[in-house]
Design a protein around this ligand. Structure first.
Ligand code: 5GP
Ligand code: MG
Length: 490
């Protein structure tokens, strides 16, 4: 059924993985690689594999451990493949059904357009990021008869590729990418090639590693390390990497305009990943140190909201010469739940997830560090449970600036009105969460820590200014151009 995407509804953060390695068990490597990327998406998981003829695929809903059982793995492994392509998906906004899970697959019979017999190029594609302003193109393609089987924006790339596939695959891909805008770290495969692509802004990460005589493409280097491979380098913004039996071939399909997501360093990525040359853990510790310099407070202890707040808390404690202690115990099994969104259940989930350790916090003046405040749900609850546990003062420090605007480039964000920093100033948020004091890291401080070397960032969630125009801005621009034209004619 043709489906026209509505931009605001289809945002997701995901993890992608590709392996090309003869002589290795790429199915099991792919499966374990998805475990290493599980933090990037918990709603569905999938693996596509090829042994040179056709592509076999398995996808399932839920965690990797839920989506796959031993017989799925055995069935894929039975084909003895040397190419594997994997995806984990996170989307609280779009429907989380199997149709929208990835890798997307196209069995692909292509008319070569020159009267010669059609050839078959099976394709599978895994996408992390979010395309923007694609409604018109999608509607045009649908009007021309293209059939969209999913509501995922990623399918647009596959549909465009199919349209251009009378040309060489690489050329067709470049033509397809020239038609789309937004965030895309893509890994795709045919039955004899594995291809990695990172959009010109490099919004989302993508890196390349070696394993045995083969290669791995992954959203994060942590997945390459976990598989016993070795990080080679990041795929650069605007770069395409083609891996086949002749080796690795790099090319540039667009000029690089680097503007990578700063929130990957704040929250999303794993601590042990290296993104664009920067180790995420070290970045987070440094953000915490900077936060201590900018927002000092007299207290007895520093605690964190585990796990993502922990490196910043370690940095804050070291810089302020206070002990870092484990004041909250995290139940690591509550990560993903089947409860429906909604404020009451969200609060219950936070309660289940974090429990204060009363002996540690009783009678103490506490500094609690988190990486970010989004809705404020987590911190409001933690402040009240820490008070119940006997903390005498609670000072909240956050290792990024106030989160004031939605992400349009791959992170699922609540609507603007749900972002607490759009409704209150810092004093208002302090009152709302019930803390004795509240301090955020400044934007300047964050950039000072992270913007070393060549790195340039998208700061959209902290500024509301984005490196690419959003669809409504483009429409307004087009209207203005039309009006100007009217003036000239008039
Ligand atoms: P809040 O409770 O204020 O809405 O969210 C803040 C908490 O959620 C912080 O502990 C932060 O680590 C975490 N967080 C920040 N961004 C995201 C996200 O995109 N997804 C999820 N699941 N958690 C997030
Ligand atoms: Mg957190």
């Amino acid at each position: 059924m043709p489906h026209v995407a509505v931009d605001d509804k289809l945002r997701e953060e995901c993890g992608v993985l590709g392996i090309f390695a003869r002589g290795l068990d790429v199915v099991r490597l792919g499966y374990f690689g998805l475990f290493a990327l599980q933090h990037r998406g918990q709603e569905s998981a999938g693996l596509a594999v090829s042994a040179g003829e056709g592509i076999a695929l398995h996808k399932g809903l839920g965690l990797v451990s839920e989506a796959f059982n031993e017989s799925h793995i055995a069935a894929l492994a039975a084909t003895n493949p040397h190419i594997a392509l994997g995806h984990v998906r996170y989307s609280t906004a779009g429907p989380s059904d199997l149709d929208n899970s990835q890798p997307l697959y196209d069995s692909g019979d292509y008319d070569q357009g020159d009267g010669s017999p059609s050839r078959t190029i099976p394709l599978a594609l895994a996408h992390n990021g979010n395309l923007v302003g694609m409604e018109r193109l999608k509607a045009e393609l649908a009007a021309q008869g293209a059939v969209f089987g999913t509501t995922s924006d990623s399918e647009l790339i596959l549909v465009l590729l199919r349209q251009y596939l009378t040309a060489d695959l690489k050329e067709a891909l470049i033509m397809a990418l020239n038609k789309v805008r937004g965030a895309y770290s893509l890994v795709l495969c045919t039955n004899n090639e594995l291809i990695g692509v990172r959009d010109p802004q490099g919004f989302r990460p993508l890196c390349l590693g070696r394993i045995g005589d083969g290669y791995i493409l992954a959203s994060e280097s942590a997945a390459i390390e976990a598989l016993g491979g070795e990080l080679w380098r990041d795929v650069e913004p605007g770069e395409m990497v083609v891996i086949d039996d002749t080796g690795v071939h790099f090319s540039r399909f667009a000029e690089a305009k680097p503007s990578s997501c700063i929130f990957e360093y704040v929250y999303f990525a794993r601590n042990d990943s290296i993104i664009d040359g920067q180790n995420v853990y070290e970045a987070r510790v440094a953000l915490g140190r900077r936060l201590a310099e900018e927002q000092p407070v007299i207290a007895d202890l520093v605690i964190s909201v585990p796990d993502s707040g922990t490196p910043a808390a370690i940095g804050y404690a070291a810089c302020s010469q206070l002990p870092y202690v484990e004041g909250l115990v995290k139940n690591r099994y509550v990560g993903r739940t089947f409860i429906q969104p909604g404020q009451a259940l969200r609060e219950l989930k936070v309660r289940l997830k974090f429990t204060p350790n009363p002996s540690v916090v009783r009678g103490k003046r506490i500094i609690i560090i988190d990486d970010s405040i989004v809705r404020g749900t987590t911190m409001k609850l933690l402040v009240s449970t820490l008070r119940q546990a006997g903390a005498s003062e609670i000072h909240v420090r956050v290792s990024c600036p106030p989160y004031i605007a939605p992400c349009h480039f791959g992170i699922d964000t609540p609507s603007t009105v749900e972002l607490v920093a759009t409704r209150y100033d810092t004093e208002g948020i302090r009152r709302m969460i019930g803390a004795d004091s509240l301090g955020y890291l400044s934007k300047e401080g964050m950039l000072k820590v992270l913007a070393g070397g060549q790195r340039q960032f998208c700061l959209g969630c902290f500024t509301g200014e984005y490196p690419l125009p959003l669809p409504h801005e483009e429409r307004a621009e087009a209207r203005r151009a039309e009006e100007d034209w009217g003036d000239v004619r008039g």
